[in-house]
Design a binder for this molecule. Structure first.
Ligand SMILES: *Cc1c(COP(=O)(O)O)cnc(C)c1O
Length: 358
């Protein structure tokens, strides 16, 4: 199988080799060193300030989305949420459960967030802002500067879910003034699922330290304290943390976050340039390098995903819900080459010849 989904994605040989080994005991100075190294490299790749912290949470990306909201906001906040798809809706659901006062900016599926849509929310007393900078369900990448400027003007605490965007699109904690950035192991980090990462600015660390959280596992104060010595309060996904370490070194050796972004951007443009003659159109208005979402016209998108899987050994990413019949996604993250895209394009050409893709 060749995997073009948006996670889990294909891993490098070095990362896969670690997956075949026994998982070591972790309350050791050797493991602490690895965790501290992971924190340092994540901070480097997000350009976080010196006093920022990176926490490794054992749980999928949603665990860190929920932990970030629980630890950074209270019932005294008023949070604005960009909701342009299923991940935006997830932040809305989290705020509802934890009774964080919030309002939504509804963005039409596949469309970008416009400056004019933010206008009516200026000077309305918002204290926080939640955005999935790449709304992976539709492939839309929102304008980071537009959001960062709004937050600076309105003094909003900004939490950015960059789970599928980190390493695929440019992102800079200091330049955007973001207080929190979240990512996960199974997207462009190209490791197995199981770990999500929360980068906290110095301001965010202060907020976490002074908030009461009604949770044992998700109270980040303990994670902050143990993290100082390279440890975690509970048993983490040790093997995945070792794989993340190998992968971060691999990225560092190949030009850092910028080198990885360039590689992913190159694969994305290689694919996009070669599908122009196919009966498919690009669904999203402003896209991330991580994924291309494609709209079918006279055939079910789910059917295309199924035929590619069953007859060609290729996974592309189906959409859930209302978009399922008309949109599928092709990812550009993970260990992929232009040769892999040639295989996919040949398969799509073949589907046209067979009259399946029309
Ligand atoms: C993948 C993803 C998540 C996390 O999903 P999990 O299944 O919980 O790992 C969250 N937000 C975005 C934008 C994502 O792409």
């Amino acid at each position: 199988m060749i995997n073009f989904t948006v996670g889990p994605v294909q891993s490098s040989d070095r990362v896969r080799q670690i997956g075949g080994m026994n998982v070591p005991y972790f309350r050791t100075p050797e493991f602490s060193e690895i965790l501290l190294e992971n924190e340092g490299l994540i901070k480097e790749f997000t350009n976080a300030e010196q006093e920022a912290r990176a926490l490794f949470i054992t749980g999928s990306g949603t665990a860190s989305m929920e932990a970030a909201v629980m630890n950074c906001f209270t019932r005294d906040d008023k949070v604005l949420i960009v909701n342009g798809g299923s991940f935006g809706q997830r932040f809305v659901d989290i705020c509802k459960i934890h009774e964080i006062p919030h309002e939504e900016i509804k963005v039409e599926s596949g469309k970008n967030l416009l400056e004019s849509q933010l206008g009516s929310f200026e000077n309305q007393g918002f204290t926080g802002f939640l955005v999935n900078i790449h709304e992976t369900s539709t492939g839309v990448h929102y304008n980071t500067n537009l959001i960062a400027d709004f937050c600076k003007r309105n003094h909003c605490f900004l939490i950015v879910d960059a789970i599928s965007s980190f390493l695929a699109d440019e992102f800079d904690m200091k330049a955007t003034g973001a207080d929190v950035m979240i990512t996960g192991s199974q997207k462009a980090l190209a490791c197995p699922p199981g770990i999500s990462i929360i980068v906290l600015s110095a301001n965010a660390v202060n907020r976490v330290q002074s908030n009461e959280v009604k949770s044992l596992y998700f109270d980040l104060k303990n994670a902050l304290k143990d993290g100082v010595r390279g440890q975690t309060p509970f048993t983490p996904a040790v093997g995945v943390l070792l794989q993340i370490n190998a992968r971060l070194h691999e990225i560092k050796e190949n030009g850092g976050a910028t080198g990885e972004q360039e590689k992913i951007a190159y694969l994305a443009s290689y694919f996009r340039n070669r599908i122009k003659d196919l009966p498919l159109s690009i669904y999203s208005e402003s896209f991330s390098n991580a994924v291309t979402s494609l709209e079918t016209h006279n055939v079910s998108a789910l059917e295309i995903c199924k035929v590619l899987k069953d007859e060609y050994g290729i996974w592309v990413c189906p959409n859930g819900g209302a978009l399922g019949e008309k949109v599928f996604r092709v990812g550009h993250i993970g260990c992929l080459t232009t040769g892999d895209y040639d295989v996919l394009i040949n398969a799509l050409d073949d589907l046209v010849r067979r009259g399946i893709l029309k």
